[in-house]
Design a protein around this ligand. Structure first.
Ligand code: THU
Length: 160
């Protein structure tokens, strides 16, 4: 028997002003995007924003449905928009944030497992690491260099 240790390294920033100007702008867009969330059921508003290799930024928000399993996460809404509008352009970073009327979110908000899988697929598709930037409504910001770090031992096309 042997053990394998899987480790993830991320950077923690205390305030948005400590981020690069590009990352600040991306996070700002994610915060603006969450105002467009359609979340009448959970009331949990999520905003995501993407930075593309051509410099464009695209926002997305969660879109819910009375048939709950059909709810769309903000990250995947943004990724689908980018893939439709700029199919050949790689995504270099994603920012994610959220707002909860029931409690102030002071810790970073992390993409769900399904979104991690989709962000990993996007990395594969364009052969481009995607930096992940996460923040709650306020507080510390986590930055990871690639989505794969959020999903160790992920399922991918290599086994198909
Ligand atoms: N949600 C996202 O938009 N992104 C995530 O990564 C996790 C969850 C949304 C889905 C649903 O509309 C609400 O948050 C509560 O789960």
């Amino acid at each position: 028997m042997k053990e394998i240790s899987l480790t993830t390294t991320l950077k923690v920033y205390q305030e948005t002003k400590d981020l690069s100007e590009e990352a600040q702008a991306l996070l700002q867009l994610a915060k603006a995007a969450l105002a467009d969330a359609y979340a009448p059921y959970s009331k949990f508003q999520v905003g995501a924003s993407l930075l593309l290799a051509n410099g464009k930024m695209i926002g997305g928000s969660n879109q819910e449905n009375a048939s709950y399993p059909l709810c769309l996460c903000a990250e995947r809404v943004a990724i689908a928009a980018a893939a439709s509008q700029y199919p050949k352009v790689a995504i270099t970073a994603i920012a994610v944030t959220a707002k909860n009327p029931r409690q102030a979110l002071t810790a970073p908000v992390s993409p769900c497992g399904a979104c991690r899988q989709v962000i990993c697929e996007t990395e594969q598709k364009h052969q481009q690491d995607i930096q992940i930037i996460m923040q709650g409504e306020e507080g510390e910001i986590y930055v990871l260099d690639r989505a794969k770090d959020l999903l160790p031992l992920s399922f991918d096309a290599s086994v198909l």
